[in-house]
Design a protein around this ligand. Structure first.
Ligand code: HEC
Ligand code: HEC
Ligand code: HEC
Ligand code: HEC
Ligand code: HEC
Ligand code: HEC
Ligand code: HEC
Ligand code: HEC
Ligand code: HEC
Length: 463
């Protein structure tokens, strides 16, 4: 954004007098060097000792696991960093001046050392720390992950520059651990726009946050963030997509905007009363065990297994309030970052609204794990069209993709209706209301039947 630095402009303008300028610049640099030295001397009062040993070529330490940790801190980079006002001791208060550098310290591995310094930033950056502490990354660290990031994985404390500077997209710290996603992103509509036009298009942290990173498919996912920038999205889709709100609630944006992606239905467990996504009861991982028990052959959960799992995860005291929320999404993280320009987006109703539609041929059940990330188990596709489970899969069926023929006919009406709006509109709404009411009645009947024949809790209890 500051590409037109006044100095660069000056240089370009004065090219003919190159020699004179070069001389002037030499003088200028000389003076700047003097003042930088003056600054260094000031810095050195506290830091000189440390840097005398640590800004030497080749200072390093072999750790217990054989890794070599470079001990070199560049004075130049430090003086230019955002932490130049800080003393080394602000962050390295735990060093013992008497023995330091003379007695070898025990450090197992690079990772161990990083983790041991993990709380250093807390005092001065309380707000960022609190946000980070609530993230999926921090949850992973607490679980003992060796791969999730700490502050210093994303910000080198000795060289950190202002994050407000425009950077090449490759400089975003997310790249080093999410490389396949970065590669996809850099070629998608936002990555290309970001490179061409700068900050108006989102980089990773604009959609996921930098510190308060949450599992991407949790709750509403990043939908609201998309709409935050694309404020007209709802209205623009309403021009051609009936019941836009419902479609937006039931389909993740990339499911239509990554045109070549494979799609699937994700059934997510929600507490019907509080509307919160249900997560693994902390400490006692049981989802994987229950799901594996119920699906010994690995064919995917059938209706009955799904039903008893639902019961198992119902909150204490609540009267089977657990519901499933269906959501159509892409199958992989990479595909979620292959968004294309609008002309390539999925507009063909038939891709979803026809019998045997491909997005409905892959179904998973998810629950939020202790770190907020989804735990998955496969579900048999027949579950989607069965009425008994319709109870729990409330409000999620794509017309035409199910066995319910009446709905297929309605779709034809809807497509026709889209041509002759607004007359068709009210009628369609009313028709759907009728169908919904009928389904609701059948659902209640089915629920009663199921409740009567359902396994008792102790029959399904773990052995
Ligand atoms: C006399 C040279 C010397 C000075 C002065 C010195 N260090 Fe070190 N420092 C070392 C050596 C040598 C090691 C590696 C020790 C080892 O092998 O265990 C080290 C290791 C470290 C480490 C790695 C962690 C650890 O405990 O081994 C940090 C951090 C560190 N120094 C920071 C500082 C800071 C901050 C200062 C100034 C307050 C400082 N050092 C001053 C020589 C020095
Ligand atoms: C803003 C906090 C902060 C300041 C200021 C700071 N350090 Fe560090 N330093 C850290 C952290 C955090 C680590 C651990 C980084 C990691 O994970 O490798 C570290 C690591 C080191 C290491 C081990 C080598 C490495 O890069 O991991 C040395 C040596 C060191 N610091 C020296 C210094 C010296 C000398 C100064 C002052 C000129 C200084 N530090 C100032 C936070 C700081
Ligand atoms: C997963 C990578 C990542 C981790 C971990 C991370 N940050 Fe950041 N941080 C970023 C990115 C990217 C930005 C710039 C974009 C932004 O602020 O949204 C940033 C910005 C910042 C800023 C400047 C904010 C501003 O608006 O001026 C501070 C300060 C900061 N981080 C401190 C921390 C501290 C302290 C921690 C640890 C508690 C931490 N960060 C952990 C990626 C990370
Ligand atoms: C002793 C206080 C102190 C500690 C400890 C500290 N910082 Fe800072 N940090 C500062 C100050 C002061 C600034 C510059 C002022 C500002 O925020 O604009 C700064 C700036 C930053 C920035 C750049 C913010 C921007 O505006 O772009 C980042 C990123 C950052 N710190 C990360 C860290 C990380 C990571 C750690 C832990 C390894 C850490 N800091 C530890 C005081 C501290
Ligand atoms: C335009 C917004 C946007 C940007 C920019 C973006 N993402 Fe995503 N990201 C998403 C969406 C949407 C999903 C899928 C969420 C869902 O299932 O609904 C996702 C999913 C993810 C996931 C989870 C993948 C999985 O396996 O479930 C990760 C990790 C991720 N993104 C990292 C990144 C990284 C790293 C970058 C930068 C290179 C980035 N994202 C840039 C929107 C974005
Ligand atoms: C030091 C490595 C590291 C860095 C740097 C890092 N991540 Fe992660 N991240 C992980 C690991 C490990 C996981 C858990 C495994 C997974 O889901 O890929 C994770 C998980 C995630 C998830 C949740 C995935 C899900 O299931 O929905 C998101 C979103 C995410 N990261 C985004 C980011 C963003 C945005 C950045 C940069 C601001 C970033 N990560 C930087 C290692 C890292
Ligand atoms: C059912 C598929 C579908 C879903 C779901 C969907 N879109 Fe679209 N979107 C499209 C199609 C098709 C177009 C191109 C419409 C046209 O032909 O003008 C489009 C156009 C757009 C445009 C360009 C609008 C314009 O007219 O310039 C944006 C921005 C957009 N979508 C964002 C989103 C966001 C954000 C979401 C999620 C909240 C989303 N879309 C969900 C299919 C979808
Ligand atoms: C930080 C703002 C921002 C966020 C967040 C954001 N976008 Fe965008 N998006 C842009 C910009 C800028 C462009 C390129 C200019 C344009 O076409 O509007 C763009 C382009 C698009 C296009 C292509 C539109 C066309 O005309 O071809 C689609 C589709 C799109 N975004 C969908 C999404 C989806 C889906 C999300 C969330 C996963 C999202 N955007 C999040 C800013 C954003
Ligand atoms: C990416 C798949 C997908 C595409 C493309 C799609 N739909 Fe849908 N549609 C769904 C799903 C899933 C639902 C179920 C939503 C729910 O019940 O929450 C749905 C629901 C509906 C409903 C019923 C809404 C209600 O109130 O129950 C109508 C009508 C509809 N779609 C018409 C269309 C038309 C017309 C098009 C093409 C212009 C279209 N859809 C394109 C997936 C899709």
């Amino acid at each position: 954004m500051n590409s037109s630095h006044p100095f660069t402009g000056l240089m370009a303008g004065l090219r003919p007098n190159r020699l004179v300028i070069a001389g002037l610049i030499g003088l200028f640099i000389g003076l700047a060097g003097l003042s930088a030295q003056a600054e260094e001397v000031e810095l050195a009062k506290a830091e000189k000792d440390c840097l005398a040993c640590h800004d030497k070529e080749g200072v390093k330490k072999t750790l217990q696991n054989g890794e070599v940790l470079s001990m070199r801190i560049s004075t130049k980079a430090y003086v230019e960093s955002m932490h130049k006002e800080n003393s080394c001791e602000d962050c390295h208060a735990d060093l013992d001046a008497k023995t330091h550098g003379k007695v070898k310290s025990d450090i197992k591995s690079k990772r161990d050392f990083t983790v041991s310094q993990g709380d250093v930033c807390k005092e001065c950056h309380k707000k960022k720390y609190a946000q980070y502490d609530d993230s999926v990354h921090a949850a992973l660290i607490k679980e003992g992950s060796k791969k999730a990031p700490l502050c210093s994985d994303c910000h080198n404390p000795h060289t950190v520059q202002s994050v407000k500077l425009v950077q090449p997209i490759e400089a975003t710290p997310c790249v080093k651990c999410h490389e396949p996603i970065f590669k996809a992103y850099s070629k998608d509509v936002h990555g290309l726009e970001r490179v061409a036009k700068g900050k108006s298009a989102p980089l990773c942290s604009d959609c996921h946050q930098a510190h308060d990173v949450k599992a991407a498919s949790l709750g509403e996912g990043v939908k609201d963030t998309c709409i935050g920038c694309h404020k007209e999205a709802l209205a623009q889709h309403a021009d051609w997509l009936p019941n836009t709100g419902r479609h937006f609630a039931a389909i993740s944006c990339p499911a239509c905007h990554a045109p070549n992606a494979q799609r699937r239905v994700n059934l997510r467990l929600f507490d019907g009363a509080t509307n919160a996504q249900i997560s693994e009861k902390s400490g006692v991982p049981q989802f994987a065990r229950l799901a594996n028990d119920a699906d010994a052959k690995g064919m995917g959960l059938d209706e009955r297994a799904l039903w008893s799992l639902l019961k198992e995860f119902s909150q204490e005291g609540a009267d089977n309030k657990t519901v499933l929320r269906g959501r159509l999404e892409v199958r992989s993280g990479v595909e979620a970052h292959q968004l294309s320009e609008k002309s390539k987006a999925l507009k063909d109703c038939n891709v979803c609204h026809k019998e045997g539609a491909s997005p409905f041929q892959s179904v998973t059940l998810t629950i939020a794990g202790p770190d907020g990330r989804p735990l998955r188990h496969g579900v048999q596709t027949a579950v989607l069209s069965s009425l008994t489970s319709m109870d729990s899969v409330r409000g999620f069926y794509a017309i035409g993709s199910t066995r319910i023929k009446l709905l297929d006919i309605l779709l034809v009406l809807v497509v026709a209706g889209a041509v002759c709006v607004p007359l068709g509109h009210m009628t369609i709404k009313r028709l759907f209301k009728g169908v919904r009411e009928r389904l609701e009645a059948e659902r209640l009947a089915a629920q009663h039947a199921a409740a009567a024949g359902a396994p008792q809790p102790d029959e399904t209890a773990p052995k």
